[in-house]
Design a protein around this ligand. Structure first.
Ligand SMILES: *Cc1c(COP(=O)(O)O)cnc(C)c1O
Length: 357
């Protein structure tokens, strides 16, 4: 049997009908990887799992939402999609637009897009518009334009994006046979934390699970509007996918935190890079910097003694960290974090010396 995309797999939970043309690249079905190395390293009495969303067709979780958003736009007879993007939304929108035979327009903040993501949008033939301004500005312009012209907005303000993304929670529960106790996730525009929480709640209502996780969201310290309870005019972080100062789903993220008894906290760029290197160098999973924010949060809380809290007894048994996007999206960051090799004379003894023999 060939792999199905998330719409076919979870049709009964999604607002689609027989009339919906399913635009898919076989997204979803990503691995839930047990990370025993982290369990030992952090001395956390729990099973830690990594939901590796870099395995999606365009390399990030955005594909789960995009299959829904583009299918519904096509159902409505719309011929073009548009988004503001820190990179992954544009990569995904442009690929699914090709699949649907639609045009795509993407507005990006000048100079702040990881190389891999920009390459994707361009090679998929999107009309890429760079502005002198940040993501928040790009999004407000895109909202205005899509209100006035027959172009579908495919940012996570589009409710179909959230619907598609909630399938990540379904997959986790299907794999574990229950919901995890704690769900760690990076927070940027806050659509994904909103989507996962919705997914867990719906699975509980459907009787598929009996428990709900605490939602543990992490923003980058230089872009932490929810934590600091104010709009950040000039968000700064190396984790460009979460470099957002005024999240579209701000209120819903707070609701997810409060209803689940979770937290939304922040991690510094140093903590993000530390987690990024641990994931690549000790777990064997290469993610982009923003994705490492979930694991950076887990490390931060374990150091702070969070897992020793009495009330967490049942909750801490299974922990899931969502790794939102693939490391190859941002190769420049990886190269900057490690020392690159210098060429030596092509002699066996030189090579053996470098090998440590
Ligand atoms: C979009 C994105 C995020 C942030 O998700 P939100 O839904 O905006 O909170 C985090 N990591 C990666 C890799 C992303 O592409």
């Amino acid at each position: 049997m060939s792999i199905k995309g998330v719409i076919e797999r979870y049709r009964g939970y999604l607002p689609v009908s027989e009339k919906t043309p399913v635009v898919t690249l076989c997204e979803g079905n990503t691995a839930l990887i047990r990370a025993k190395v982290l369990e030992d390293k952090l001395k956390v009495d729990a099973e830690i799992f990594l939901k590796y969303e870099g395995q999606n067709p365009t390399g990030s979780f955005k594909d789960r939402g995009m299959t829904m958003a583009v299918s519904k736009a096509k159902e409505d007879g719309i011929e073009a999609v548009m988004c503001a993007s820190t990179g992954n939304t544009s990569a995904s929108a442009s690929a699914y637009a090709v699949r649907a035979g639609m045009k795509s327009f993407v507005v990006i903040p000048e100079g702040n897009i990881a190389l891999g993501k920009l390459a994707q949008a361009l090679i998929h033939g999107a009309c890429v518009i760079a502005i002198k301004g940040n993501f928040d500005k790009a999004l407000s312009l895109v909202k205005e334009i899509t209100d006035e012209y027959p172009v579908a907005l495919v940012n996570s303000l589009n409710p179909f994006r959230i619907e598609g993304q909630k399938t990540g929670a379904f997959e986790i529960c299907d794999d574990l046979g229950e919901a995890p106790g704690l769900h760690f996730i990076p927070v940027g525009n806050a659509g994904n934390i909103t989507a996962y929480w919705k997914g867990y709640k719906e699975y509980k209502e459907a009787g598929k699970i009996t428990n709900l996780p605490r939602m543990m969201g992490f923003q980058a310290a230089g872009a932490a509007p929810i934590v600091e309870r104010r709009i950040i005019e000039r968000p700064e972080t190396i984790a460009t996918a979460i470099r957002i100062g005024n999240p579209a789903s701000w209120k819903k993220a707070e609701a997810a935190r409060d209803e689940s008894g979770g937290v939304i906290d922040k991690v510094t760029d140093e903590e993000i890079i530390e987690a990024y290197k641990i994931l690549a160098g000790e777990v064997g999973v290469f993610v982009e910097p923003a994705s490492a924010a979930s694991v950076a949060g887990l490390i931060k809380l374990s150091k702070a003694g969070y897992f020793e809290e009495e009330g967490l007894k049942g909750k801490r048994k299974k922990i899931v960290c969502v790794l939102t996007g693939h490391g190859l999206k941002d190769p420049e960051r990886a190269i900057k974090c490690v020392s690159s090799p210098e060429a030596v004379e092509a002699k066996k003894e030189n090579i053996l010396k470098l090998m440590g023999y």
